[in-house]
Ligand binder design. Structure first.
Ligand SMILES: [Zn+2]
Ligand SMILES: [Zn+2]
Length: 118
């Protein structure tokens, strides 16, 4: 059992991918896989966060397209008129846009609170 090499209070659970120190969960930034000491040294424009932030976007757009395709096929089978299909697709795209925006916003807030607490 090792204690965290930053705060020296908690039990170490992670290893920093940058400096190799063993740190606890309070002193570790999980999505960057580095300790808070190394995290503080990263300039804000350097993209440690860019990948996890954009990944959900592509997943959602991919899901949206698949869902739209499925709904179009279902509508075609059931024989719904064109304007219903249009309304359904508009509804799906609007709700997905809201979800994506919320996701971005929450991730932004998490990152900001992380930075301000360091
Ligand atoms: Zn610690
Ligand atoms: Zn480190």
């Amino acid at each position: 059992m090792y204690t965290c090499q930053i705060c020296r209070v908690n039990r170490a659970k992670y290893i920093c991918q940058k400096c190799g120190r063993m740190v606890c969960e309070n002193c570790f930034v999980p999505y960057a896989e580095i300790c808070i000491d190394c995290y503080k040294k990263i300039p804000k424009h350097e993209g440690y966060t860019s990948l996890p932030m954009y990944a959900p976007l592509f997943i959602f757009f991919g899901t949206a397209l698949v869902m739209l395709g499925v709904i179009l096929i279902i509508c075609d089978i059931v024989g719904l008129p064109g304007y219903v299909i249009f309304q359904i697709s508009v509804f799906i795209f609007l709700s997905l846009t809201v979800i994506i925006l919320l996701l971005f916003f929450s991730q932004f807030l998490i990152e900001e609170s992380l930075r301000s607490s360091l």
